[in-house]
Design a protein around this ligand. Structure first.
Ligand SMILES: NC(=O)c1ccc[n+]([C@@H]2O[C@H](COP(=O)([O-])OP(=O)(O)OC[C@H]3O[C@@H](n4cnc5c(N)ncnc54)[C@H](OP(=O)(O)O)[C@@H]3O)[C@@H](O)[C@H]2O)c1
Length: 335
């Protein structure tokens, strides 16, 4: 197998002083791949040179990933402190964050996490593989006091040493303003959807201005996302003529152009794949041949504001549409 020297991968230094590699392997593939396949991809990725893995309890594969992490360390391929491991508390555990984190640590066979995120700012649960019309009966919109109760448990995890950094995911500017106002420990990172057709420049800049680093998920445009997240209006980043032209010039896959753009723009990127050649091309892509200033400018102009992971299944009774989750008019949507 071809490998990349992990020291070639740039990193971002967080306000906490910790350093996170700018590329990690995504592990959400439960609608297309079984847990063993994804765990084997993690093993291959670490052997190849990846040092950052983006996990979550809801992905249903932390136990299997834990087995391979243990093997990698036992085989002397990597040490714990060379790895960056992220996990996330799922929406049904907002009142049981510490218990949930301990379960993740047991499943991953680790003593600590580098990063723990609140996966969504709503306590609304949905079963895996549900369809777009699934709703939880008692679903609620964002309630700031509830979220801060969850956040104080996140802070406790840092204080007790189970987690090195905490962060948010799928929040908006108005939600983040309140969190920053009321937290004791500031989020170190925010994970949010970003790809060339969905650049979220205002939210991205807001995070950067507040010293919160950004992890961009679905960086390639998530072609394998669940059916519930597909609509006829969705655009395809990898088929954009600007992306395709740059890919052709550089002799790389359009997916790799999306990742180069992500890292050069300044976000941390977490592409998913279980295919060795794709994992390799992605890692290699961000360590060589940068995009030109002209390329970066051209890509900045192809934003289609096309959110792919809309989150309909988290809506509450009385909500009008998935846009209600994203506070489009600058105010938090309530009941
Ligand atoms: N915080 C959140 O709420 C949240 C939400 C969504 C995702 N995430 C995280 O972000 C990660 C990445 O997002 P994602 O899985 O939605 O989508 P993605 O990384 O944008 O796309 C993954 C898909 O792209 C394909 N691909 C990867 N590299 C490629 C290459 N070099 N050439 C051609 N195709 C390539 C993969 O193909 P194969 O299937 O053939 O391997 C896979 O189907 C997730 O796995 C998860 O860890 C977080």
């Amino acid at each position: 197998m071809q490998t990349i020297n992990p020291t070639l991968v740039p990193f971002k230094t967080l306000y906490t002083g910790d350093k996170i590699p700018v590329i990690g392997l995504g592990t959400f593939g439960s609608d297309n791949y079984d847990a063993e396949t994804i765990a084997m991809a993690v093993k291959t990725a670490v052997k190849m040179g990846y040092r950052h893995i983006d996990c979550a309890s809801v992905y249903g594969n932390e136990k299997e990933i834990g087995v391979v992490l243990k093997e990698l360390m036992n085989e002397g391929i990597v040490t714990r402190d060379e790895l960056w491991i992220t996990s996330k508390v799922w929406n049904d555990k907002h009142n049981a964050v510490i218990e949930s984190c301990k379960q993740t640590l047991a499943d991953l066979q680790l003593d600590y996490l580098d990063l723990y995120l609140v996966h969504w700012p709503f306590p609304n649960f949905h079963p895996p593989k549900c369809d777009v019309n699934t709703r939880q009966d008692n679903a609620v919109p964002y309630i700031h006091t509830h979220f801060m109760h969850t956040w104080s448990q996140m802070e406790n995890l840092v204080e007790t040493g189970l987690v090195k950094n905490i962060g948010t995911s799928n929040v908006t500017i108005p939600k983040m303003k309140l969190i920053l106002r009321d937290c004791n420990i500031k989020p170190a990172l925010n994970e949010m959807e970003i790809h060339p057709h969905f650049q979220q420049p205002e939210l991205y800049q807001f995070m950067k201005d507040n010293g919160v680093e950004v992890i961009g998920y679905s960086p390639i445009g998530s072609p394998g996302r669940p059916e519930r997240d597909k609509t006829p209006k969705d655009t395809v980043d990898m088929e954009d003529p600007v992306i395709m032209a740059i890919a052709e010039r550089l002799g790389v896959h359009p997916a790799v152009v999306c990742l180069k753009w992500a890292v050069q723009r300044g976000q941390i990127t977490i592409p998913f794949s279980v295919k060795t050649d794709k994992m390799y091309n992605n890692l290699k892509g961000i360590t060589e041949v940068p995009l030109t200033e002209e390329d970066m400018l051209a890509i900045s102009k192809i934003d289609k504001h096309c959110r792919l992971i809309k989150g309909q299944v988290f809506l509450w009774k009385g909500a009008k549409s998935w846009e209600d989750l994203w506070d489009l008019n600058g105010e938090i949507t309530t009941l």
